[in-house]
Write a new protein. Structure first.
Length: 308
């Protein structure tokens, strides 16, 4: 009778949440389809719900670790979605990927492709282990500033501060829903502003209860050093492409550059280009993220001149 509330409850089994959320999604689609499309918010809500439903339907029938589990969603505004590929309750390795700036419901297909690549990369690193990847758009990602929309949220920690408690609740809920007595190896990954969300979340409260954190294209972690996080600094990993413009745009509003030796983490080898190439097929950038998800050490990058 209350599928929306059940589906949003962290700690419940992923299969239960998926069943409840798919029922709630269909109910909400029926409601908005029959509503006055002139009402504020209704057209946007309908569009977001239809996009989400289409992405789930496209992968309907997938089995094993390719099966999708809808763990949360919200159709309002830019939309939110939390989707697992493979059951995180039964996996040996669990990765939670937090996307960055300009991610909205229209990004769902591309983001699912990214977590599938990360899953394959982790399985290549350890073929004996079962890996589940989670796409976590459980927050309102900042918009790209423009002349028409001079939104400066991307330059501040406000969106990350709002997201941090929800991300902590989610990852700790995954720990609670784990089946069996063996602790899964959990890695929380962040890209762009999503890396800032991850740092903010792990620094606050009791942290994310993650075994490893991996960030790429990070503009800052909201803390001064890796030791300010709850994760072991030896298990804080960062990657940055040589031509990623985010490294030139850092102005310390989100924290110091986490890619330097002074920050105290481990920078891994990247061989891709730009701000969004970290998931390119057959790249060392992707392979190193897969190794981290599998609980292995990535290939470490040599110190850069600024680190020396």
């Amino acid at each position: 009778m209350y599928p929306e509330q059940i589906g949003k409850t962290n700690g419940l089994p992923s299969m239960v949440r998926d069943d409840a959320n798919r029922l709630a999604l269909n109910q909400q689609l029926n409601f908005v389809s029959g509503s006055d499309q002139a009402l504020p918010g209704i057209p946007e809500n309908r569009h977001n719900l239809e996009v989400l439903k289409a992405e789930l339907d496209e992968r309907d029938g997938a089995t094993g670790n390719k099966k999708l589990y809808l763990l949360d969603f919200n159709g309002f505004d830019d939309g939110k979605a939390v989707i697992a590929m493979g059951n995180p309750d039964t996996a040996d390795n669990v990765g939670v990927q937090v996307p960055g700036t300009a991610t909205d419901m229209n990004s769902t297909g591309g983001q699912l492709s990214r977590i599938e690549k990360l899953q394959r990369s982790a399985e290549r690193a350890d073929p004996s282990a079962n890996t589940s990847m989670v796409y976590w758009l459980g927050y309102d990602a900042p918009e790209i500033p423009s002349d028409d929309a001079p939104n400066l949220a991307v330059a501040g920690t406000g969106r990350a501060d709002d997201a941090a408690p929800d991300l902590r609740d989610f990852t700790r809920g995954l720990r609670a829903s784990l089946e069996g007595s063996d602790r899964a190896h959990m890695t929380v990954l962040g890209h762009s502003y999503g890396a800032t969300v991850v740092g903010d979340a792990d620094a606050g409260g009791k942290g994310l209860d993650a075994d490893s954190i991996s960030v790429v294209g990070s503009p800052g972690e909201t803390v001064g050093r890796a030791s300010d996080l709850h994760v072991d600094p030896h298990h804080f990993y960062t990657g940055i492409a040589d031509d990623d413009l985010i490294s030139q745009a850092q102005d310390l509003t989100l924290g110091p550059d986490p890619n330097t030796a002074d920050f105290g983490g481990t920078r891994f080898v990247t061989d891709t280009h730009g701000h969004s190439g970290y998931w390119d097929d057959n790249s060392e950038s992707l392979a190193n993220q897969g190794r981290i998800i599998a609980g292995q050490k990535p290939n470490q990058a040599p110190p850069t001149p600024i680190d020396m």
